[in-house]
Design a protein around this ligand. Structure first.
Ligand code: GLU
Length: 478
């Protein structure tokens, strides 16, 4: 059975890239009837951000990525917070010390700084030079005994060798071991570094596929060595391509939002964002772009994940959001819009009326939040026209003729609804001989105050006779 994990560090919000890593792992786990595990990598005590764990979990939940095992959920391989597994890492660090694959290093930060500067001065790559690698055992004992501060480092093989790594997206990657340094695996505070903790946990939690961003690829040779030292079978590795800004630089805050919560706040449907993110680096192989969750689970495959960076195209996300909004049922739409409606003064309006208005607005929403600007037309006492371009159209003679005819003919209408509105428009067309744009545009501008407002008969029906008349009067008075 496959087991995949999402292993974020609680250093802040859920990043778009993190959501993609989680999504690909989730999709594959679900497709294969496996497990999707959440593991909190909180061993870097300096970088912890309060509330981060809850935020990460909240956003995954919002995105609909249900977790099978994790903190607060349970599972057979817990605890799922690394800070609660320190004894385990100590045990495995000791095992590496005992087998001669790791050693104590007593270098002080100052000493390391001097080493780095000297290397820089000589134009050498800056890395730990291994000076405590072969300290005499007696000295090590004595320094440990006197309570000197230390870290534990893993040993890179003595003789240079090619370390061969298999990445299922990139194929085989090789690196010479002499390019690597003796990586710290236990820090001075006794906490393991990411490298030791993630290898130990991936093994103990029986993770079959490690999916993560390309930025972790340079860590892979160290992990491969750790698997070898422990005599463990490594899992499958899949390093996902970078997500890029439109200018092909790495996706950054400066060029747009990178936190999933920002997309929630801006009114993106989770399913639209998930759909969009699924296509950042993956494609189904045909032209299909819109997917439901079930379709993604069915069609996803790592074989179709690219090596090349994936550009984050905001316009495409907007289009997708629109499409997903369009596919909602009236009740579904209203449920998603409600939190946004509640931020406006119109949240207290009668629910059935709000629902009808939402249904009319549905084709005009790019984001859910757009609803907040569009409600005023229906619920404000006197919505007013401010757009100069539209005002000019309304001042044209043909427009005035149409509006005057409307004002006159509406008297005969008993109850305004979609049908009575349409027949009213026919009557006006006959009496004024004005048709097409010249007939419809003034009505559209007068009633919706917008160039591309919602469907007119529907608007007229919601307005009723009185408000239709009020809007037309307003247009005639400008
Ligand atoms: N804790 C790492 C992160 O924050 C996880 C990397 C991995 O998946 O191995 O992204």
């Amino acid at each position: 059975m496959v087991r995949l994990r999402f292993a974020p560090s609680p250093t802040g919000y859920l990043h778009i890239g993190g959501l993609r890593t989680a999504l690909f792992s989730y999709l594959y786990a679900k497709q294969q009837n496996g497990s999707f595990v959440f593991r909190l990598e909180d061993t870097d005590q300096q970088r912890l951000v309060e509330g981060s764990e809850q935020d990460l979990l909240k956003m995954l939940k919002w995105a609909g990525l249900e977790i099978d095992e994790g903190p607060g959920i349970g599972g057979d391989y817990g605890p799922y917070r690394q800070s609660e597994r320190l004894e385990t890492y100590q045990k495995y660090a000791q095992q590496l010390l005992d087998s001669g694959h790791a050693y104590y290093c007593f270098c002080t930060p100052e000493e390391l700084e001097v080493m780095k500067r000297e290397q820089q001065a000589q134009g050498l790559p800056t890395r730990y030079d291994g000076r405590h690698r072969n300290l005499p055992l007696e000295e090590v004992k004595q320094r440990l005994g006197s309570g000197e501060s230390y870290v534990i480092r893993m040993k890179i093989p003595e003789a240079n060798e090619n370390i061969v790594m298999h990445d299922e997206i990139r194929g085989t990657v090789t690196i010479e071991s002499e390019q690597l340094e003796d990586q710290v695996i236990v820090k001075a505070d006794g906490f393991p570094t990411y490298h030791l903790a993630s290898v130990v946990d991936d093994h103990l939690m029986q993770i079959t596929h490690v999916v993560r961003g390309e930025e972790w690829l340079p860590s892979l040779p160290k992990h491969i060595l750790l698997y070898r030292y422990f005599n463990w079978e490594p899992p499958h590795f899949l390093h996902l391509p970078l997500i890029l800004n439109p200018d092909l630089s790495k996706l950054s805050k400066r060029q747009g939002d990178v936190a999933v919560e920002d997309y929630q706040a801006k009114g993106y449907l989770p399913m639209a964002l998930v759909n969009f993110i699924a296509l950042l680096g993956w494609s189904s192989g045909d032209d299909q772009e819109l997917f439901s969750r079930e379709e993604l689970i069915e069609k996803f495959s790592f074989d179709r994940v690219n090596k090349a960076g994936a550009v984050f195209d905001q316009d495409k996300l907007n289009w997708m959001n629109q499409q997903h909004i369009l596919s909602l049922s009236p009740d579904g739409l209203y449920a998603w819009l409600k939190p946004f409606i509640m931020t406006t003064p119109f949240g207290t309006q009668e629910e059935n009326l709000l629902k009808r208005v939402c249904a009319i607005l549905q084709p005009r929403l790019v984001t859910l939040k757009d609803v907040t600007e569009k409600l005023a037309l229906f619920f404000e006492e006197e919505p007013t026209l401010k757009d100069q371009k539209l005002i000019e159209v309304l001042q044209k003679e043909t427009s005035r003729t149409v509006l005057e005819a409307f004002r006159k003919e509406i008297q005969a209408v008993e109850e305004m609804n979609g049908d009575t509105f349409k027949s009213l428009m026919k009557t006006i067309q006959k009496s004024t001989k004005i048709r097409g744009k010249d007939l419809w545009m003034p009505m559209r501008y007068a009633l919706t105050l917008e160039e591309h407002g919602p469907d007119l008969p529907l608007v007229a029906e919601i307005f009723g006779k009185k408000k239709c008349l009020q809007m037309v009067e307003q247009a005639l008075n400008i």
